[in-house]
Structure formats: structure tokens, C-alpha cells
Design a protein around this ligand. Sequence first.
Ligand code: L34
Length: 296
Amino acid sequence: MVAEIISGKEVAKTIRIELKAETSKMKSSGVTPGLVVILVGEDAASQVYVRKKGEACEELGIHSETVRLPATATEDEILRLIDKYNADSRFDGILVQLPLPKQVSEEKVLMRIDPGKDVDGFHPVNVGKMVVGAESYLPCTPAGIQELLVRSGNEPKGKHVVVVGRSNIVGKPIANILVQKAPGADATVTVCHSRTADLPGITRQADILIAAIGVPKFVKADMVKDGVVVIDVGVNRIDDPSTKSGTRLVGDVDFEPVKEKAKAITPVPGGVGPMTITMLMKNTIAAAKVHHAWKG
Ligand code: L34
């Protein structure tokens, strides 16, 4: 089997057209959604992601501001900034880009964000709502994965989904979302990680394999079964002297050989990444609707 390539870029484009229609309607009744993105430090990948978030806001008519703090910023400084934006009604969403420098507690920072403005879905209140299946802001990467599965005709219902990776940003939330008794979910979910015994034995059982472990080309062809659907969440920059920049983006999946066995697979770049950004836009628009009691 040679896999169909699931283009996150194309699906994201379609969703953005839908979202643009929403923001246009909202604007005509005087509501402009607003998002503030806080970026601490100089991490090169974070700079790229944050820039893309600003561009997506621009495209959809969402008011956005990016606040850049030096890597030496103190926890207190960041907490005070969050307090300021919690109280600023021009902003419906607040996002603090991760990772944060080591002197800053991620947990403290995320807990300071008003859960009603937590468009990342990282606040424990929203995490709790997600786990019990209540309505909440779903974390953007997992929400994007779910949307990509459904819109590409790969409904998770009744399927064995194997997640490789247990981060708070991807592994844990996607497992929770897909195990829910709900449309677009209803899967049987297994979560594997760095301490899993016989990991290949488990990944080979996957109907849908979600690779979010952060190791370039970790998933090899002999770790998947024929006809698997592969979602590659990894965004790893590796050296490649044959390119102009000297580097190249690869996922957590050994793409070429795995593609030969899979039914469908997401590429890197152009797979999950653009979906993450689009789900952030969706959450920001949803938050604005709540804040303005907008019924449309
Ligand atoms: N708070 N921190 C917070 N929220 C998030 O949702 C994120 N994440 C992850 C890292 N930290 C975060 C992102 O925004 C990962 N992430 C993210 C966002 C966008 C892309 C990848 C990861 C993306 O657009 N990727 C492009 C390639 C970008 C490039 O050229 O480097 C792609 O096509 O995959």
C-alpha cells in the first residue's frame, strides 16, 4: 500500500475559510476577537510558531498582539503581565508560548491565566473539563489532530489508537479526547512512552498511530502494520548539508518507508502544524463569542 498524504495545510485552509466567515459576521455586529501571545526568550522554533499565529490572526481579522520578553524575565514579571491581560476586555484569548526559560514555573504561569481566556486549554480547569467530557477549550494540537482525522475520513470510532508520547501538550490530551464517548472520538486508546516495554509490539497493533515523542524519525516501518493511519506530530529540525539553510524539518516518523505501508499519513511540514494554529483561531473566536454573548 502507498499512503494517501493527509494535507493539514489544505484542511487548515478550508477551516480558515469557515472561520473567516464567522469573524466577518461578528465584525458586522461590532465584535472583534482578540488574542495576545506572550513569547519569552529567543527559541528559534517558538519565534516561527508565534509569527505564524500572528499571521493567522491577521488573515482572519482577529486583533492580535505579541509581547516579547527577554529570556531573563522573572516569573513575577510574567505573572503580572498575565494579570494585566486577564483584566483587559480587548483580549479574548491569552497564550504563553512554551517552553518557558527554566527559572519560570510553567505550572504557575498557566494557572494564572483566566480559564475563560485560556485558548490553549492548558489551565487545570479546562484540562479537568476535557477529561470529564464537558465543553472546554481543547488544546490546539490535539484538537487539530482530531479534526484532521475526521475531515480526512479516518473516523477514530472503534479504532485502536496508539499514542506515542505522554506530554501535557499532546500525548495526554489527545488520548483523553479520543477515548471520550463523543462524535469524532469513541476510540480504544493506548498510550506508549519512553518507559514502555516492547513499544514496537504495541505500535504494530495501531489502526491509527499518533507519534508525538519528539525524536526525529523514531517510528520505523517495522513498527507499523499495513494499512495504518499515521499522524506525525513531530517537528524536528535536523542538519542537512544538501539544503540551502543546512537544516531540514522532519517528523517523528521515518516518512518514506512508513508511507509504503500506511493507508494515510500526515507530512512534516504541512501536516499537524498548520492545524494547531487554526485550532487556536477557532478557540479565540469561540472565546470572543462567550465574552460578547454573541449568538450570531
Ligand atoms: N502555549 N506553546 C503553547 N501552545 C502551543 O500550541 C504550542 N505549540 C507547540 C509548542 N509550544 C506551544 C505550538 O504552537 C508546537 N506548536 C506548533 C505550532 C505551529 C507549528 C508547529 C508547532 C507549525 O506551523 N509547523 C509548520 C512548520 C513550521 C516551521 O517551518 O518551522 C508545519 O508545517 O508543520
